[in-house]
Design a protein around this ligand. Structure first.
Ligand code: N01
Length: 540
């Protein structure tokens, strides 16, 4: 018989969310058991080791703010940190705050069931069972790779890799014929690096994406010293959603408001000057240069045309340039990409672009990719085909709430959650950066800390009032889901056909999952809910 261990809380995942959650719960004196599928901490930064992987949020902003000592002592070396540097940071945090000891690694949580005793039974694939009052999912928004259903995939006899499950050992592209399927953020980062040494690189593109130059550079010591003197001010602005750009991805010294509120008020020269400035300074903040880019079709078209014009200027071959120009979605409604030399890479003699929308992939063969137009011989095939985002990791766990209700059934038509934090019918279960919260539309570190702090305060409240159970109210949940949809529908986001909507996974319900009102207004709602005695929650 499986031995059952008891603790106060189970935390699933040792990425940035899980690490901080454990830190806060232990500070309350709670016993916590964490489970992590990888053999180390780091979450997304543990798995995504593909060449060129780095963050598209600036390193000084994409870091924890909970410890002023930590933020002063840690030295980032570049404007956008590489994956190895971010992983080192996660390891440093785990060691510095002794968080590893709470985790059991190389374990996947397989099921979590809520019992009539108001406690969760959590099972792992290693045969453990833990009985806990709280179950906290820190499973990440982009942690389940989406493997495309292309005929013959397993027939390929060369080296095959999934970008998001990259091996820990070095992979050489030297002289090889490499194929990359996909042109999302992962591929756009990997392609320029692979092209440097590959014999030939063939990029299979179904939908072109908008990408903005990162303008990455080493961080200047004097700049960092000065920045760190004002770190607290920056953190406050990031929490309040007052850093312009894309949900607080940026570090100072950038403008903290859009250069203009509305595109319609700008003449051509003004528009060009603003966008050129943002293009030159680089980064995802480009999408926030003009305040109504994600709301107003006219502005969006102007901004999109500016980027298409830059693509045409960079790429020498006009046909290739045209194929790289996105037309299928308003700019920013699919996650904007941030690159280093992506478009320039298509000027190399050893790189070719296959438009698989026009020339579809028929099958993968033992030696390459067969499209309708011909066969592309390859030594290596890389799938950069994205993730079953936001709900994927939660629904892979057999989560059962009150009366055995399965989360997968409850979410059959799309996720329903109150504030992206709790699900009606699933008491004492919290989802960090769950669907219905700003999450992927924000700097994840800002949103993670906000959720962890809120959950910690809620648990503290329960402990001080000797409450066994907290549950989201169905009406409050319904109203929140309607509000999330209403906010999304006031933007151009739902027109993007993106993973935000589940559109990249065949059969997945099309529901816009993140909350698009921004981290500032969202934080105010969460604080108000808590301040009003946890409005919309029931305790017992
Ligand atoms: O995945 P994606 P990603 N045949 O879903 C294509 C974060 N991230 O891993 O658009 C042919 O964006 C698919 O084509 P289409 C970031 O939030 C951050 O690149 O479906 N092609 C698309 O081109 C990002 O948005 C960072 O037509 C197929 C690509 O695969 C998110 O992760 C770095 C196909 C998937 O693109 C996901 O990015 C990396 C098929 N059968 C990722 N199936 C940074 O911080 C799929 N595709 C910088």
């Amino acid at each position: 018989m499986t031995q059952v261990e008891r603790c106060d809380a189970v935390v699933v995942g040792a990425g940035f969310a899980g690490l901080y959650m454990v830190h806060r719960l232990r500070a309350l004196g709670m016993s916590v058991i964490g489970f992590e599928a990888g053999d180390d901490v780091g979450g997304t930064w543990y798995w995504n080791r593909y060449p060129g992987a780095r963050c598209d949020a600036e390193s000084l902003a994409y870091s924890y703010s909970f410890s002023p000592e930590l933020e002063q002592e840690w030295q980032w070396t570049e404007r956008y940190a590489t994956q190895p540097e971010i992983l080192d940071y996660a390891r440093h945090v785990a060691d510095r705050f002794r968080l590893r000891e709470a985790f059991r690694f190389s374990r996947r949580v397989t099921s979590a069931r809520y019992g009539s005793d108001d406690r969760w039974r959590v099972d792992t694939d290693a045969g453990e069972r833990v009985d806990a009052q709280f179950c906290i999912m820190a499973t990440g928004c982009l942690s389940v790779p989406q493997v495309p259903d292309i005929p013959g995939l397993d027939d390929f006899q060369g080296e095959r890799y999934q970008a998001s499950l990259w091996p820990h050992e070095p992979v050489s592209f030297e002289g090889k014929r490499v194929g990359v399927i996909g042109t999302g953020s992962s591929a756009i980062q990997a392609i320029p690096v692979i092209a440097e040494t590959a014999g030939h690189l063939t990029v299979f593109q179904r939908t072109p994406n908008f990408s903005i130059p990162a303008r990455n550079e080493p961080l200047d010591e004097e700049f960092v010293r000065e920045f760190k003197r004002h770190y607290r001010d920056h953190r406050r602005l990031a929490r309040e959603g007052k850093i312009s750009g894309f949900g607080g991805l940026e570090a100072v010294p950038h403008e903290q408001a859009p250069a203009a509120e509305r595109g319609v008020e700008l003449d051509d020269a003004e528009l060009e000057a603003i966008l050129e400035h943002y293009w030159r300074t680089g980064g995802a903040r480009f999408i926030g240069a003009i305040g109504d880019t994600l709301i107003d079709e006219h502005t969006n078209r102007l901004v999109a045309e500016f980027v298409r014009d830059r693509i045409r200027r960079i790429v020498d071959d006009p046909e290739t340039a045209e194929r790289l120009c996105p037309h299928s979605h308003p700019i920013g409604t699919k996650r904007i990409c941030v690159d280093t030399d992506y478009y320039d890479t298509f000027n190399r003699d050893n790189v070719s672009l296959v438009d698989v929308a026009a020339d579809p992939i028929e099958r993968i063969t033992a030696t390459g990719v067969r499209t309708r137009g011909g066969h592309h011989e390859l030594d290596m095939l890389i799938l950069a085909t994205g993730f079953d985002a936001m709900t994927g990791a939660l629904l892979r766990i057999d989560i059962r709430g009150v009366d055995g209700t399965r989360l997968i059934d409850k979410w059959a038509d799309g996720p329903q959650s109150y504030l992206g934090l709790c699900v009606a019918g699933f008491p004492n279960l919290f989802t960090i950066t769950g669907p219905g919260s700003p999450s992927v539309l924000s700097n994840m570190l800002v949103s993670i800390e906000q959720h962890v702090d809120w959950i910690t305060a809620c648990i503290e409240h329960m402990r001080s009032h000797r409450l066994a159970r907290v549950e989201a109210d169905e009406d409050a949940e319904r109203a929140w889901v309607a509000h999330v949809n209403e906010v999304a529908n006031a933007t151009l986001f739902p027109r993007g056909g993106s993973w935000y909507l589940g559109a990249n996974v065949p059969g997945k319900p099309r529901v816009f999952m993140p909350y698009a009102a921004g981290v500032g207004p969202y934080r105010e709602v969460c604080d108000r809910v808590a301040g009003n005695g946890y409005e919309g929650f029931r305790f017992s």
